[in-house]
Design a binder for this molecule. Structure first.
Ligand code: DC
Length: 231
């Protein structure tokens, strides 16, 4: 344990395991800040697409990373994510972003820039951050690490329902394909691939509802909080 006084919860896992849903509920319950690190990679992807930045164009990428400003703006309803002062919260959830985000987030320069920002966000506040490398790379000293997983068919169905509810025209086959594609790139890339930290607690939520998941993590939190306070 470091001399840090704030409490950091890292939630990692595969795409569409319900990481953000759980992290949001947890943040509300514990009154912690919540940072969706995937949203940051999605914001960068949107910027690259809008500005036609090729993934091999190192100079353009470097400049883009200087020009990109991402902010999380807490709102009464939800936290908005802004890219250069524009609310892009809904846009970045669209399928055309999901289709490209793993390629963008596999780039070393992109990861270094995002990880540095994420680490800054966790300097003083109590936070919950979800993503793929939070417990391994961003906050290897996190106070509680959760690794989420679920049956692929359960994940695909959840994502399909989520997208359909938003009116997006997608087929179940496209969703399955996108999840498999992202899992593959996210777990095999050279730069901080998705993997379970040795000290992470596994949460397989295939057969769990949201209340059960919340109770599971709160219990882990209470235990660690007690031992942290005892130091
Ligand atoms: O959590 P999400 O589906 O919104 O994340 C979008 C993509 O961003 C995901 O395919 C992998 C990448 N990502 C990452 O590489 N590292 C993180 N910490 C979070 C997300």
């Amino acid at each position: 344990m470091t001399g840090r006084h704030n409490f950091i919860i890292a939630i990692d896992g595969f795409s569409s395991c319900g990481k953000s849903t759980l992290a949001k509920a947890l943040a509300k319950r514990l009154k912690f800040a919540f940072i969706d690190s995937g949203a940051m990679y999605r914001a960068v992807t949107l910027y690259f697409l809008k500005n036609q930045i090729g993934l091999e164009d190192d100079a353009a990428i470097e400049q883009a990373l200087v020009d990109i400003h991402i902010d999380f703006i807490p709102n009464t309803e939800k936290t908005e994510i802004h890219l250069n002062n524009e609310d892009i919260s809904d846009e970045i959830r669209q399928m055309y972003i999901s289709d490209m985000v793993s390629e963008v987030s596999a780039l070393k320069t992109v990861r270094s820039a995002m990880v540095a920002q994420q680490q800054k966000l966790g300097k003083r506040r109590n936070i919950i951050m979800d993503g793929r490398d939070i417990g391994t790379t961003v906050f290897p000293d996190a106070d509680l690490k959760i690794f989420m997983t679920a049956d692929p068919s359960v994940r695909a169905e959840r994502r399909y329902l989520e997208l359909s509810a938003k009116g997006e025209q997608v087929t179940m086959a496209e969703v399955i394909e996108n999840l498999a594609h992202r899992d593959h790139i996210d777990s095999t890339r050279a730069e901080s691939p998705l993997r379970q930290a040795e000290d992470a607690v596994v949460l397989d939520n295939s057969d769990m509802n949201q209340e059960e998941q919340l109770a599971f993590v709160i219990k882990e939190y209470e235990q660690r909080k007690a031992s942290k306070s005892a130091i």
